[in-house]
Structure formats: C-alpha cells, structure tokens
Design a protein. Structure first.
Ligand code: HEM
Length: 476
C-alpha cells in the first residue's frame, strides 16, 4: 500500500475536481488549513501533489529536484509540435539541457545582461516619452498598455535586434493580439488534462484555439528568422550578435546527438521567450505600481531614495540599482504578494519517490503553490500587508535559495530570465517614479482600489490599473 499525502476524499472518476471552485492557488491554500502543507489530490486521472510550505519546498528543491524535474505540459501545447521544440515544457532530457545552457549563457550571464543595458534603456525612454505625450492629452492613463508594449520591445530588441510593436496602434499589432489570445486560452484549465479520454472531443475548444493562435504567432516569428538567415547568407546586417544568432550558430557540444537546432524549433524557442517573459514582467510592474499607489508612504520613500542616488540632473540607470535598496525591497515585497506564476510551472515525477515520508508515484503532477508559501504566517509576520521594510536589513531575497519567497522558482527548472526580469522591473519602476508624480484617478482612493486577481497564464489585476501622471522636473 502506498503512503500518500493527506487530501480530501474524492468522487469516483472525477476525484477532487469539485474541490477546486474559485482560483486554483486559493483553493489549494484553503485545503492546506485542513490537510497540511503536502496535499494529495486526484484530478480526474491525474495524481497530483501540491507543496505549500517553505519547508516542503526546501525538501523538494534540495533533495528531489532531479526526481521531479520533468514538466507536466498541458495537452493543448502539443499543437504545432510546440512541446517538442519548447524549453519550458520539455522533459528533463538532452534537448532541454542544450536549450537551458544556451539560454543561460545569453540571459543569465552578467556580461551579456550588462551589454544589453542600452537596449533596455532605449525602450524605457520611448515609453516615458509616450506617457508624457498621452498625459498631456488625457488626464489618466492605463498603465498596462505602456508596460506591455515596452516589455515586448525590450525582449524583441534583445533577441531579434528589432522592435515588435509600437505605441501608435490602438489595438496593438497582429503579434500582440495573437499573443493575448493565445495566453488567454492557455490560462483556462482544460478538462482534457484531467480526462485524457476526452482528447478527441476537445470539449472547451482549447486545443483548437491554441493551434489557431500558435500557427499565427509562429508564422510571424518565422518571417523574422527567415529574414535573418538570408541576411547571414548574404553576410549583410549589423555586427551585433543577438539571441537569434546564438540559436542559429549552435553546432552541438560534441557530447550529445543534437548538433543543430532546426528552424522550426528556433521559431518555437523565440516565441516561448515572449510567452514566458513579457506578461510575467509587465504584470509584476503593474502590481508594484498598484501597491505604491495604495501606499503613499512607500511611494515617498522610494522617490526620495531615487532622488538621493541620482542627484537632480540625470535619469536613473541600471548601474544605480545596487544602491537602490528600498526599490529592491519594494519589488521583492510585490513579488511576494503577487507572484506572476502563483503555481510556478507544474512538474512531473520521473520516478517513484519517497518525499517527506510519503510515496509519490512516477508520473504524479507536482505543483508548488508559491502564492500560499508567500502568504504563510509561519514564514511571514503580518503576511497580507505590503511592507517593503521587511526586506531591509534582511538577507532574504527572491533568487531561489530562500524557499519562503520563490517567484522565479528554484533548482534546475527555475526561471532562466530572472536577471533580465529583475533589471527590467526595477529600472522601469525607478524611471516611472523619477519622471512623474503619480496619483490614483479622482474616483478611486487607496482603500477602494480594486486589488482582486484575474487568473490567466499569469496573475494580473482584474481591473486594469489607471494612474494620473504629472510630469516632474525633467531629468531624462
Ligand atoms: C517577473 C518576471 C518573471 C517571473 C515572475 C518568472 C517566473 C518563472 C517561473 C515561476 C518559472 C518556473 C520555475 C520552476 O518551475 O521552478 C519560470 C520559468 C521560465 N522562465 Fe520565467 N519569469 C519571469 C520572466 C522571464 C523572462 C524575462 C524570461 C525570458 C526572457 C523567462 C523565461 C523562462 C523560461 C524559458 C522558463 C522555463 C525554464 C525551464 O523549464 O527550464 N522568464 N519563470
């Protein structure tokens, strides 16, 4: 007999599906108070274990990282062979290792990140100019629009040395629109993942819509990739080597069987970086602005810190970030309360594993509820309040070694874009605060600002945040 973790009794066939009523991360958290931090659920056919405390997460990432290193990918992502080319959804195999190494050398090596600082600055400059322009025309602006466009352009200039969208279009261009739709369908729980026998029926239409938008997105990316291949054949183009060049240049490491990445897989990898890196980054920035607008005291402290570090004559730069301790505390505190991926990305047990005295069978879906861990009163004092001060004079940070705060995950499958994301979020915020005095619209007060969450691919505000920017003295 297996010693399974505790969990609510389920119904025949459907298991615990009815225990999930509202938002999955909140439902899991509710069940934690009844069954403890390691929860067992049967979701249709799926054996599922949910990890919901810092201690259990530490056990997972320190002792069982390899045993739980496969991904549980949604069935709909089999469309267009996406999973076969993906890094984030790949099983823990040789192909994943190659992509991970390649991405780390581009995204996590300080030298590469530093050399791309100018690109990020230019994208933020452009955003600030557009906010100034729109602020002079309209009283209030919807922040998400500007942050989304800026984040897409930062990533596209880093990966493809080009902008992918602009502020002029009202609805966003074809790529953004298709991506919005794709992420919206990916954010819906799919019954097919729990009941494989319904695969042929695709009852919610998720696979059909996913395929439609994936085809559209991959077609757009393939044009960029094709153009680059032709430029390289003609030895045209500028001399900057970007992420796409790194993928095209790959010729194997002499150890394994993969000696070249196919063009189809390169398209998927480029697309995936947009999927993984844009909404997560822009939503984190929006949540931070919302928390600051609700907390005038924190806003003033941050403004004072930025002014102190930069003086009165220049725009804040990435090099200033190490000195902006309050800014880093504000970002950490926001990621604690509003982790962009509240359940990280689900993993799968590669083998039968003994975990904290329980038997976890091979194939079990392993979910880490970062949202619940970040709000656990055993780890955090007054866990529901926004208090950046808790990170001052503390060595706790989000980088994956302190399991009470893991917005980027931890271990082998942790986020490869963390360095870039933390720089983007910090610099964007610093520039927004330095360039403008922000207020809430007249009919909203800090007490009535709607902070409720909408779940989709990532956690975002259910009511889009609006702010009133008033230009400060020009520094930028
Ligand atoms: C604030 C922004 C971001 C947050 C909160 C975030 C969070 C995460 C999380 C929680 C995971 C799963 C970790 C795990 O399973 O343990 C992940 C994986 C990943 N992220 Fe991010 N991410 C962000 C930005 C980015 C950016 C900018 C990129 C790329 C440019 C990126 C690329 C990836 C990739 C490729 C994976 C899959 C890694 C793997 O499976 O080996 N992310 N991210």
């Amino acid at each position: 007999r297996l010693r399974l973790p505790p969990g609510p009794p389920g119904w025949p066939i459907i298991g615990n599906i009815f225990d999930l009523r509202t938002q999955t991360h909140r439902d899991f958290d509710r069940l934690k108070s009844m069954y403890g931090p390691v929860l067992w659920l049967k979701l249709g056919n799926l054996n599922t274990v949910v990890i919901q405390s810092a201690a259990a997460a530490a056990e997972l990432f320190k002792k069982h990282d390899v045993a739980f290193a496969d991904r549980k990918a949604p069935d709909s992502l089999n469309a267009c062979d996406y999973i076969k080319g993906s890094l984030a959804e790949a099983p823990y195999d040789e192909y994943w290792r190659i992509l991970r190494r390649l991405s780390l050398s581009e995204l996590m090596v300080q030298k590469r990140i530093k050399s791309s600082a100018q690109l990020r600055k230019e994208c933020i400059d452009k955003m600030i100019q557009w906010i100034k322009k729109d602020a002079s025309e309209f009283c209030e602006i919807q922040l998400e629009k500007y942050l989304t466009i800026m984040t897409y352009n930062q990533l596209s200039s880093f990966m493809l040395t080009r902008d992918i969208t602009d502020y002029k279009s009202e609805t966003g261009n074809e790529f953004l629109e298709a991506m919005r739709n794709f992420l919206c369908w990916q954010g819906k729980p799919d019954v097919v993942d729990a009941f494989e026998f319904l695969k042929w029926l695709d009852p919610q239409g998720i696979r059909r819509h996913t395929r439609m938008y994936l085809e559209q997105l991959l077609k757009i990316v393939s044009v960029f990739v094709q153009e680059r291949i032709q430029e390289r054949n003609l030895q045209k183009g500028n001399n900057t080597r970007d992420f796409l060049d790194a993928l095209l240049d790959y010729e194997g490491d002499g150890k394994g069987s993969v000696d070249k990445l196919s063009e189809k897989n390169i398209n998927i990898i480029i697309l995936e970086m947009f999927v993984a890196g844009t909404e997560t980054t822009s939503n984190t920035t929006v949540w931070t602005m919302a928390e600051l607008l609700r907390s005038p005291d924190s806003m003033s402290k941050l403004k004072a810190e930025i002014d102190r570090v930069t003086g009165s004559s220049r725009a804040v730069e990435e090099n200033d970030i190490p000195e902006l301790t309050y800014l880093r505390a504000v970002v950490d505190e926001t990621m604690r309360l509003h982790p962009a991926l509240p359940l990280l990305l689900p993993r799968k047990a590669r083998e039968d594993t003994e975990f904290m005295g329980y038997d976890i069978p091979k194939g079990t879906t392993v979910i880490v509820n970062a949202w619940a861990i970040h709000r656990d009163p055993d780890s955090w004092e007054d866990p529901l309040s926004f208090k950046p001060e808790r990170f001052l004079n503390s060595n706790i940070n989000h980088k994956g070694q302190h399991y009470e705060i893991i917005p980027f995950g931890s271990g082998r499958r942790s986020c490869v874009g963390m360095l870039m994301a933390e720089r983007t979020v910090s610099l964007t915020l610093a520039r927004l605060i330095q360039s403008f005095d922000w207020e809430l619209p007249a009919n909203i007060s800090p007490e009535t600002l709607d902070m409720s969450e909408a779940t989709g691919f990532s956690l975002r505000m259910s009511t889009p945040l609006k702010g009133v920017p008033r230009e400060r003295e020009a520094k930028c």
